[in-house]
Design a protein around this ligand. Structure first.
Ligand SMILES: [Zn+2]
Length: 441
């Protein structure tokens, strides 16, 4: 693990042959001026030099300076499982293998921090400067992540189902642990999934998040069988699952619900209509829904009304072979103004934590896709999903100086479509990465 600088870089100007302030705006011979970790100004090199005379300048030919990438959904602590579970595999079988490989409590104290550090370093390697990180071990992961190098919204994962519902308060308390909160780390809550958190527990978690104005993240509509589980408590995610048989936690108090996981999410107030909330004088908290691989038109209407964002993980979608049930509805979502981000999920189901490779995978499967939109799905849209749209995801005055430097042939020019297409097609590793103005790579 390399040492990361702890001091803020003094004022500096970073110039490249091209600057992407956001995917639709490319400027030639331009850059950013950085002071105290924030972007003081953005623009052509000549303007920055005259406005900040004497400021140290770095110039990078044949490169483009872009906003740092934002991964709205991953599990850094599972990085020790890279390559350990071969796909394609059915989700219930994967969970069984995952649990079999989880460290015992005594081992967890070093396995989990090491894996978290490894995952964070891999984020920097691929230019990911902000992550929404799900953690079952906040007491082990947050102290590690508090010192950087990546900005983290650490979502404490909560399960509360059936005979284990009494553990809800203890899990909430753990997820709310805030002593590591600082410049790199903020916290959120993550009710795990419809087959591990029962409805009343979900409602309580949402209420706690709203009272503290914390973002929420939840795995929702990841699997086609969630509706069957909610309606009957049976099926591959219910009583027929060897995991549920072993745990023996389902009891008659678990409420049954017909209508599928997204209607269930609305019923238990995760996905309320954002206009209703605004009328009630409440400002909506960010809600990130991981996957949403299955959604019909009525589900999409609920999602659009809720203001929630979707973190789609294309290579993990392929790993679990969800396309046997049909394509992911991401284009329908975008056309209904539902924010969709590209995310990686964990190294237990994804080959790496590169968002550009995620985007390249989508472009290879759907060559007609706008590369500008794909770039938005790893910058501006996930920043919005995590509630950080005024801090990261763009290079603009007042934003955090989180930037990546990518090789780009000067001949590509400054047309946004051409530039984004070249970047996504090549998916290069960054030559340099800055977080809050600190050079991390
Ligand atoms: Zn996940």
């Amino acid at each position: 693990m390399p040492e990361f600088p702890t001091e803020l870089a003094p004022g500096q100007i970073i110039i490249a042959d091209a600057l992407m302030t956001q995917p639709r705006e490319i400027i030639a011979q331009a850059g950013i001026a950085v002071e105290h970790g924030r972007i003081a100004a953005v623009g052509p090199a000549v303007q920055l030099r005259s406005r900040f005379p004497g400021m140290r300048e770095q110039h990078f030919s044949d490169h483009i300076l872009c906003p740092g990438f934002v991964n709205a959904h991953t599990h850094l602590e599972l990085s020790f499982l890279v390559g350990k579970i071969q796909g394609p595999i059915a989700f219930p079988d994967w969970v069984l293998q995952l649990i079999a490989q989880m460290p015992q409590p005594a081992e967890a104290a070093h396995v989990i921090p090491d894996a978290t550090q490894r995952g964070a370093a891999e984020c920097i390697r691929f230019g990911v400067t902000t992550v929404g990180d799900i953690t079952r071990w906040p007491e082990l992961t947050r102290p590690i992540l508090a010192g950087g190098p990546v900005r983290v919204v650490s979502f404490g994962e909560i399960t509360a189902l059936g005979k284990r519902r009494h553990t809800l308060q203890a899990r909430l308390d753990a997820a709310l642990t805030s002593h590591a909160v600082g410049e790199y780390l903020s916290i959120g809550l993550s009710p795990h999934a419809p087959y591990s958190v029962e409805g009343p527990a979900l409602r309580r978690i949402v209420a706690v998040a709203e009272s503290r104005h914390l973002p929420l993240a939840m795995h929702l509509a990841e699997n086609a069988e969630e509706g069957e589980f909610l309606a009957t408590l049976d099926g591959p995610l219910g009583r027929s699952w060897p995991l549920m048989q072993r745990l023996d936690i389902i009891d008659e108090q678990v409420p049954r619900f017909r209508g599928g996981p997204i209607h269930w999410g609305r019923h238990y107030e995760l996905l309320l209509d954002k206009r209703r909330k605004t009328v009630a004088g409440l400002s909506p908290i960010p809600v990130v829904l991981a996957h949403v691989n299955y959604a019909d038109d009525t589900d999409l209407k609920i999602l659009a009304e809720s203001g929630a964002s979707v973190a789609w993980c294309p290579r993990t979608h392929a790993y679990f072979d969800h396309s046997r049930h049909g394509e992911h509805p991401w284009r329908k979502m975008l056309s209904r103004c539902i924010p969709v981000c590209l995310s990686t999920d964990s190294l237990a189901s994804n080959p790496d934590l590169s968002l550009l490779r995620e985007a390249r995978h989508v472009l290879q499967c759907h060559p007609q896709t706008s590369a500008v939109v794909l770039m938005e799905m790893i910058t501006t849209l996930p920043a919005q999903a995590l509630g950080l749209s005024q801090q990261v995801g763009r290079l603009a005055a007042g934003f955090s100086a989180d930037a990546v430097l990518l090789p780009l042939d000067r001949s590509v020019g400054t047309d946004a479509n051409a530039v984004c297409r070249a970047i996504v097609h090549n998916a290069p590793e960054p030559a340099a990465v800055w977080v809050m103005g600190r050079r991390m790579k």
